[in-house]
Design a protein around this ligand. Structure first.
Ligand code: TUI
Length: 314
């Protein structure tokens, strides 16, 4: 049994979070993860507040366990959603793609546990000062919006910079990654890509198929020029986008090219127009299975690795 301080703090069985993947992590997936003993997190992404409220209520109808909402801070609806999570008494808020300082006081007063994603030591220190409950250190192996540093390099530096519990994310999809994250000083993990294969994850079947068939070099990062680098599968769309990005397409046209591409992948599975967000670990996601089984498998795989670590010390 792997337990850590984050389990006690949040009232969850296993220190495993499901990443708040935009357009993907809905109330159904989050409830399945929470019912499986982890922390299910609904992604707000770029969706309006009422979508988030609806998904929270769907999750509540499916589980009595704690749930989280991830607020993508670049969303035009971030202010609205920041309010809705307090009204809906969501237990945990995670944030991504920015600095949530302006919301921290309200969330804390509402009794919400705030767990920001940090991709730098500076933000980790600021969030610690402003009263975050824990931090998610997400390395650039992850899918979606990525920071500069890798998980291997980021996690120990964040652990050194804070007294808060640290959850490691980015490139973790099995017990080996989980065990390694604990060795780096984290007390839990967040996985996104692994949960794309969950039976309760309602992405288009073509998206799931692409994940299950992925190989080691099958992701790439686009969007650096506009300041929002995003990791996705190396599809025709991603290659076309990269060509446009480095071929001098004006910013507004490039922005328009990316608009709606994530939705096209998730809802239509459209290879030519869709942006299939995925982490570098996609190649290690092998089969569809219930979310609860994923969590159990990852934890059970990590246990003997952690127990066996003593063999290295003579
Ligand atoms: O946020 C994510 N992953 C995402 S968000 C997303 S939706 C999107 N749509 C269009 C453009 C970009 C994204 C898809 N995937 N992960 C968490 C994450 N946060 N990764 C990196 C960061 C991060 C980066 C900078 C967090 C804080 C930060 O701080 C900036 C500052 O102001 O200090």
């Amino acid at each position: 049994m792997i337990k850590s301080e984050i389990c006690e703090m949040l009232g969850i069985q296993y220190p495993v979070f499901q990443g708040g993947m935009a357009w993907i992590a809905d109330g159904k997936l989050a409830a399945a993860v929470s019912n499986g003993g982890g922390l299910g997190i609904i992604a707000a992404g770029n969706a309006p507040g009422e979508y988030v409220r609806e998904q929270v209520r769907i999750a509540r109808s499916l589980t009595s366990k704690p749930i989280g909402v991830n607020i993508m801070l670049m969303s035009p609806f971030a202010d609205d959603i920041a309010q809705i999570v307090t009204e809906e008494k969501v237990e945990v808020v995670t944030t991504g793609a920015g600095n949530p300082s302006k919301y921290m006081k309200d969330w804390k007063e509402a009794g919400i546990k705030v767990i920001p994603v940090v991709a730098s030591v500076a933000l980790a220190k600021l969030m610690t000062r402003l009263g975050a409950s824990a931090l998610i250190a997400e390395g650039g192996e992850s899918g979606g919006h990525v920071g500069e540093l890798t998980t291997m390099v980021l996690v120990p530096q964040i652990c050194d910079a804070t007294t808060l519990p640290v959850i490691a994310a980015g490139g973790i999809a099995d017990g080996r990654g989980f065990a390694a994250a604990l060795m780096l000083g984290a007390c839990g993990v967040q996985m996104g890509t692994r949960f794309l294969s969950a039976a309760e994850c309602t992405i288009h079947p073509a998206y799931k198929e692409k994940i299950l068939k992925a190989t080691d070099l099958c992701t790439m990062v686009t969007g650096k020029r506009l300041g929002h680098p995003v990791r996705s599968l190396r599809t025709k769309f991603a290659r076309d986008y990269a060509k446009a990005e480095y071929g001098g397409m004006p910013d507004e046209e490039l922005e328009a090219l990316g608009t709606g591409a994530l939705r096209m992948a998730v809802k239509e599975g459209d290879n030519d127009k869709g942006c299939f967000l995925a982490g570098q670990i996609a190649a290690m996601v092998k089969k569809e299975q219930p979310a609860a089984e994923i969590i159990k498998e990852v934890v059970e795989e990590a246990e003997p690795i952690l127990l066996g670590a003593a063999k290295w010390v003579n």
